[in-house]
Design a binder for this molecule. Structure first.
Ligand code: F6P
Length: 369
């Protein structure tokens, strides 16, 4: 029989995503309804591991009042980080070099000392892998899947994705008219890391003529041929959607910065390359728009907001039911729980036989293959 829960902690890790505040609101309220106290850790686990960085406290009490009216707000009231892996914490030496330090025991000791019985960890692949490791070390943990990239396995979708796709779609809608007016090629680069979900969904919804995703190595000669074909038919402009992790057939991914201790590599720049090459191959005027972090900002769509509220509440129900080492997942139309073990370290790529991709092909979209 597990010890009854009296106090839980919430931690958000990785890049922010619209819907985080909705998770916080639902989890804190559901916990309060059960008579549990809830604390929020600032910036992943940094609020505990780097307490001096937080003059107002690295761990804050979250009451019903504090989470009122926040479900519609973008960002996160707790902050987040993608540089705070407690198992690979970057420690700066006096000579400027950085050590990879395992500080997970400090974290567990903190939880014990402060009477924190369980953790709700909200994050993407990296944060959920950490959550799984903490569970293995004996902490009661429930994960909540978050990422605009939608690349987490075992859940139909993650919150943040719909908001990112809706915004990117609106951007494409706007670019049609300016591209057409100038008879240009407009290239739109979107985030998504090594998965092409955002590019695929927004590209098809927004009527892109070519969509380049990491799952299909692209040949720019094919894209240039598509643009020429459209020109020949009198449609003198083209929109090309490119995922930041898209892979040229005989080239490399565009990397802005290499991986560091506790921090993944930064992708970006492929849009610039595609634009330059297409201008050269087609002789047309071409421009690039990089949507970048705009995809992570703003209010969550109602779909993401509801998913996030459901996830936050389901995480508390999981803890109440004595579950640990699980992630809340959307198994449309319901939520269920899957083992973190099945999620950690796995990436959900776009399946090449999925109907969304087939739909694109039926609509005449060029995938660069
Ligand atoms: O995982 C979310 C994400 O927005 C990716 O799509 C992107 O590659 C990365 O985070 C960007 O991270 P940062 O905020 O560190 O630039």
């Amino acid at each position: 029989m597990k010890k009854p829960i009296r106090r839980i902690a919430l931690s958000i890790g990785g890049g922010d995503a619209p819907g985080l505040n909705a998770v916080i609101r639902a989890a804190v309220t559901a916990a309060a309804n059960r008579g549990w106290e809830c604390v929020g850790i600032r910036d992943g686990f940094n609020g505990i591991l780097q307490p001096t960085h937080y003059p107002k406290g690295g761990v804050v009490l979250l009451t019903r009042d504090q989470v009122r009216g926040i479900a519609h707000l973008g960002g996160t009231i707790l902050g987040t980080t993608n540089k705070g892996n407690p198992f690979h914490f970057p420690t700066l030496n006096a000579d400027g070099t950085v050590n990879d330090t395992d500080r997970s025991d400090e974290l567990l000791a903190y939880f014990k000392r402060e009477g924190i019985d369980a953790l709700i960890s909200v994050g993407g692949d990296g944060s959920l892998t950490i959550a799984n490791e903490l569970h293995r070390k004996g902490l009661r943990v429930v994960g909540v899947p978050k990422t605009i990239d939608n690349d987490l396995d075992k859940t139909f979708t993650t919150f943040g994705f719909d908001t990112a796709v809706s915004f990117a779609t609106e951007c494409l809608d706007r670019l049609h008219s300016t591209a057409e007016s100038h008879h240009r090629v407009m290239v739109v680069e979107v985030m998504g890391r090594y998965a092409g979900w955002i590019a695929l969904h927004a590209g098809i919804s927004g009527g892109a003529h070519a969509i380049l995703i990491p799952e299909i190595a692209f040949d720019l000669d094919q894209v240039a041929a598509k643009i020429r074909e459209r020109d020949a038919e009198g449609r003198m402009y083209s929109l090309v959607m490119v995922a930041e992790g898209a892979l040229p057939l005989h080239g490399q991914r565009a990397v802005l910065a290499p991986a560091e201790i506790g921090h993944a590599e930064r992708l970006g720049g492929i849009g610039e390359h595609v634009t330059r090459e297409l201008a050269q191959r087609t002789g047309k005027d071409a421009r690039v728009v990089v949507l970048g972090h705009l995809l992570r900002g703003g209010s969550p769509t109602s779909f993401d907001r509801l998913a996030a509220l459901r996830f936050g509440s389901a995480a508390v129900r999981a803890l109440e039911a004595g579950l640990s080492g699980v992630m809340v997942a959307l198994a449309f139309p319901n939520v269920n729980y899957v083992n973190l073990e099945e999620v950690a370290g796995r990436m959900k790529a776009v399946p090449l036989d999925c109907d969304t991709l087939q739909t694109g092909r039926d609509l005449g979209v060029c995938f660069g293959d």
